[in-house]
Design a protein around this ligand. Structure first.
Ligand SMILES: [Zn+2]
Ligand SMILES: [Zn+2]
Length: 143
C-alpha cells in the first residue's frame, strides 16, 4: 500500500537530524514507530519519525544491529499498523521475552545500505524494552 506515511529515505532538503538538529545533507537512518501517538507510543517523537545524520546514526545503528528483525507486518484497512506488528511477532525483538497480551511498539527502519543493518527492517518491542528504547533515544537526542 502506498498510502502509509513513511519517512522519506531520499534526500529531503527540509529535514533536520532528530539528535543534533543539523540540516540533513545526508540522511543515514530513519525510524518510524507504531503506534505513532497515544499511550503506548514512544515519548517525544514528531510525526515524521526519527531521522539521523551520519554522525548521530552510529549509536542507534549499533543498538538496532543487536535486535532480531522480522518480516513486514500485515497491513490492511481493518487493522492499525501497530496491530500488524502485534500479529506477526510473539517475542520481543530486543529481549526475546514473549509478548503476551500487553501493548507492543513496532519499529520500522529505513537506511542507506552500508554495514551492519539492512536497508529496511521491522522490529517489535515489549513494553519494558519500549521504555529502555525511549530512554536511549532521549540520550541520543541530548547530544
Ligand atoms: Zn545529527
Ligand atoms: Zn523486550
Amino acid at each position: 500500500m502506498s498510502s502509509e506515511s513513511r519517512p522519506n529515505v531520499d534526500h529531503d532538503p527540509h529535514a533536520d537530524c532528530t539528535a543534533c538538529g543539523a540540516a540533513l545533507a545526508e540522511q543515514r537512518l530513519a525510524l518510524q514507530t507504531y503506534p505513532e501517538a497515544g499511550e503506548n507510543s514512544i515519548a517525544g517523537l514528531s510525526a515524521g519519525g526519527l531521522l539521523y545524520c551520519p554522525d548521530c546514526a552510529s549509536e542507534p545503528v549499533e543498538l538496532l544491529a543487536a535486535w532480531d528483525d522480522h518480516a513486514h507486518p500485515p497491513i490492511d484497512a481493518d487493522r492499525s499498523i501497530g496491530g500488524g506488528y502485534r500479529e506477526i511477532r510473539d517475542r520481543c525483538s530486543f529481549c526475546a521475552e514473549e509478548l503476551g497480551s500487553a501493548p507492543v511498539v513496532g519499529v520500522e527502519l529505513y537506511r542507506r545500505p552500508s554495514d551492519t543493518l539492512p536497508a529496511y527492517a521491522n522490529y517489535t518491542l515489549c513494553s519494558d524494552c519500549k521504555e529502555v528504547f525511549e530512554e536511549f533515544l532521549a540520550n541520543v537526542r541530548g547530544r
